[in-house]
Design a binder for this molecule. Structure first.
Ligand code: HEM
Length: 175
């Protein structure tokens, strides 16, 4: 059977908004200066924090939408369904956990965290907290895990598009 029904407009908008924010966030994370004890959150580091909190807000909207709206039907094998569900679960989990760990780390450095430089957000760990500093390392490691799952997700979408030609990938087309 050929699947033609698409995700709704809101789901597609949030998906591609998050793709843009995640791309920007990896570029910023890997090009910003190394963070040390006396580093100030300016320039690329400040941009990393503001893009990261916007990403977290977009992910919370996406999670709320996903929990209240059914995805369009997908006629795929049981094995593919299990692999894609596990990958998608890992993506949702990491896209929530990685920014939260970054926020915890920023708070432990005594940095102010805002949403879009406009709405101040509460600190998630006390300034100087050892736990908060350690979460900075976990943040960096899990960012790599997120990167791996994103690659897997893209390979899956390409397989549907070029190999299976079953129109599963087109359900999330931006147009
Ligand atoms: C999905 C969202 C995010 C991704 C993919 C991401 C990715 C990264 C990456 C790749 C690094 C460099 C790690 C390293 O060099 O070892 C990093 C560092 C950092 N990020 Fe993020 N980040 C995200 C969200 C956030 C948010 C929301 C905040 C703060 C509110 C934040 C704060 C930080 C800080 C403070 C560091 C330096 C950590 C340290 O060196 O101790 N990040 N991030």
């Amino acid at each position: 059977m050929q699947t033609t029904e698409k995700y709704d407009r809101v789901a597609r908008f949030l998906h591609w908004l998050i793709v843009l924010l995640v791309c920007a966030q990896f570029v910023l994370g890997w090009t910003m200066p190394d963070v040390h004890r006396d580093t100030r959150p300016v320039g690329l580091i400040s941009a990393h924090i503001v893009v990261g909190t916007a990403l977290l807000a977009a992910m919370l909207c996406r999670l709320a939408w996903r929990l209240t709206h059914r995805p369009p039907p997908a006629d795929i094998s049981r094995l593919l369904r299990i692999v894609s569900s596990l990958t998608q679960f890992a993506l949702y989990a990491l896209l929530l956990i990685v920014p939260l760990l970054g926020w915890i780390n920023a708070s432990s450095r005594g940095w102010a965290v805002t949403l879009l430089y406009a709405i101040p957000l509460p600190g998630l760990s006390p300034a100087g907290s050892t736990f908060g500093h350690e979460m900075g390392d976990v943040h960096g490691v899990l960012a790599w895990a997120l990167f791996a799952f994103i690659c897997l997700h893209i390979v899956g979408a390409m397989m549907h598009f070029f190999v299976f030609r079953d129109r599963i990938a087109q359900r999330m087309a931006p147009w």
